[in-house]
Design a protein around this ligand. Structure first.
Ligand SMILES: Nc1nc2c(ncn2[C@@H]2O[C@H](COP(=O)(O)OP(=O)(O)OP(=O)(O)O)[C@@H](O)[C@H]2O)c(=O)[nH]1
Ligand SMILES: [Mg+2]
Length: 196
């Protein structure tokens, strides 16, 4: 039987570098940033959860369930993952950020194959050089481990997965796949690239 995969799109941060504008909702080439991410991910998973801590009504307009961090206080991406892991019955949860509009269209099959080949618990994407700590495929049963880690005051996703059996899947064949839009300047630059 094939594995069921759900996804959470993380849009729960404060987006300080974007000047406080909600990063998932800023417009990139006529569409909300998160819509680009949704379009990349939707064909690859069963259900999508959108993790947001403000503008929840606006996020709901994309047609997916919106979930807010169960640990309040903007504790970082782990808080969004923990919440999503508690709300899925899938075999694996794909975690992606809302601000990577060019994610690979073959992200899930490659991450899943990497996990299965090594009987690992987690796959982490890499651009060939750097690991992408918020682009993960993981087993929802890891929730208790992640929750304990967060509640011990830890915040770094890569420190958490280092405690588990993880594999790195490289997407060096797709140099722009993890282009990350954190500032208005980066958004401008990407908009010009896309329309070229
Ligand atoms: N649920 C949740 N997600 C978060 C939180 N902080 C960051 N994220 C998400 O984690 C991903 C990576 O974080 P950043 O790129 O630093 O985003 P950010 O923290 O909103 O932006 P900055 O304030 O500029 O650092 C983004 O998809 C964020 O939405 C948080 O407190 N809760
Ligand atoms: Mg941040």
């Amino acid at each position: 039987m094939s594995s069921q995969i759900d996804a959470v799109i993380l849009a729960g941060g404060m987006a300080r570098r974007m000047g406080g504008d909600d990063k998932g909702l800023v417009e990139l080439n006529g569409e909300a940033m998160i819509k680009h991410t949704i379009d990349r991910i939707k064909p690859q998973v069963k259900e999508i959860l959108i993790n947001a801590n403000r503008n929840q009504t606006r996020y709901a307009e994309f047609g997916f369930k919106v979930i807010s961090d169960e640990h309040t206080g903007f504790l970082g991406p782990l808080a969004g993952m923990i919440t999503a892991m508690g709300q899925t019955d899938a075999d694996y949860l794909l975690v992606v950020p809302c601000d990577c509009p060019l994610l690979p269209t073959d992200l899930v099959p490659r991450m899943l194959a990497a996990i299965k080949a090594e009987d690992a618990e987690i796959a982490v994407a890499s651009d060939g050089e750097y690991e992408q700590p918020v682009v993960l495929l993981l087993k929802p049963s890891l929730r208790d481990s992640m929750k304990a880690f967060l509640e011990a005051g830890e915040r770094k996703v890569d420190f958490w997965y280092a405690k588990h059996h993880f594999v790195v899947e490289s997407f060096s064949d797709q140099p722009n796949a993890f282009v990350n839009v954190n500032t208005p300047e980066q958004k401008q630059r990407l908009a010009m690239e896309i329309t070229k």
